[in-house]
Design a binder for this molecule. Structure first.
Ligand code: PGA
Length: 251
């Protein structure tokens, strides 16, 4: 059985006072949601705040990005070891905003994934097609290529620790979601690809859906066989919405 996972990607939002209220609200409800793993990913400067607010609660915290390098002269970068030092357990890798706006290639995403795993972090590796790729009928080929580069870098034990997030680029922050059937089609293809690499990873890897998940659509998306939870952007900034989505995953 794969435990459902709901991760909040706060992106570049938050302030010390707004975070305090949000973390407090999520933490307070989390004990009623024991059947779902809940993770918040604030901007890195607030990870210490998340740690002190969440320590001792079931809610975990993670980062939105990491360096592919271990340490040294890499101005502005943050290493996997530093994230572990702040007791992060998760890190988002290869979000489409990083790929599109900061030039992250499939190869860099694969290197970061390996760096995260070797430091003891669970990478949440994001894959997804653009609207023009979907319209051209290349969705499954794009996802297959993005994932293949990651799979090629990992041994079977590492692969089984991965979390994959399917986020159609056209659904992120647009209010437009994939239908449950569109999500399931891609999730099933991802699971087949993982299974071909190793039967164990096909069985254990959680595949999250992301892209305009809201309290009103979470339940039907999460009901699909290969959807194991969600990566939530906008709605993760509103405590009641995020908690309602966690509730939908718990059921
Ligand atoms: P969204 O973002 O929920 O605001 O669409 C999802 C994501 O980018 O992870």
């Amino acid at each position: 059985m794969r435990k459902p996972l709901v991760a909040g990607n706060w992106k570049m939002n938050g302030s010390t006072s707004a975070n305090a209220a949000l973390l407090q609200a999520v933490q307070a409800e989390s004990t009623k949601l024991a059947s779902v793993e809940i993770v918040v990913c604030p901007p890195a400067v607030y990870l210490a705040q998340a740690k002190s607010a969440l320590k001792g609660s079931p809610v975990r915290w993670g980062a939105q990005n990491l360096s592919d390098q271990e340490s040294g002269a890499f101005t502005g970068e943050i290493s996997a070891t530093m994230l572990r030092d702040l007791e992060c357990q998760f890190v988002i890798v290869g979000h489409s905003e990083r790929r599109a706006l900061y030039g992250e290639t499939d190869a860099l995403v694969a290197d970061k994934t390996l760096r995260a795993l070797r430091a003891g972090l669970v990478p949440v590796v994001c894959v997804g097609e653009t609207l023009s790729e979907r319209d051209a009928g290349t969705t499954l080929a794009v996802i297959n290529r993005q994932l293949a580069v990651v799979i090629a870098e990992l041994d079977n034990a590492e692969l089984s620790k991965l979390v994959v997030a399917y986020e159609p680029v056209w659904a992120i922050g647009t209010g437009r979601t994939a239908t449950p059937e569109q999500a399931q089609e891609v999730h099933a293809a991802i699971r087949r690809q993982l299974t071909e690499a190793s039967a164990e990873s096909g069985a254990t890897v959680r595949i999250l859906y992301g892209g305009s998940v809201k309290p009103g659509n979470a339940r039907e998306i999460f009901s699909m066989a290969d959807v194991d939870g969600g990566l939530i952007g906008g709605a993760s900034l509103v405590a009641n919405d995020f908690l309602a989505i966690c509730q939908a995953a718990a059921q």
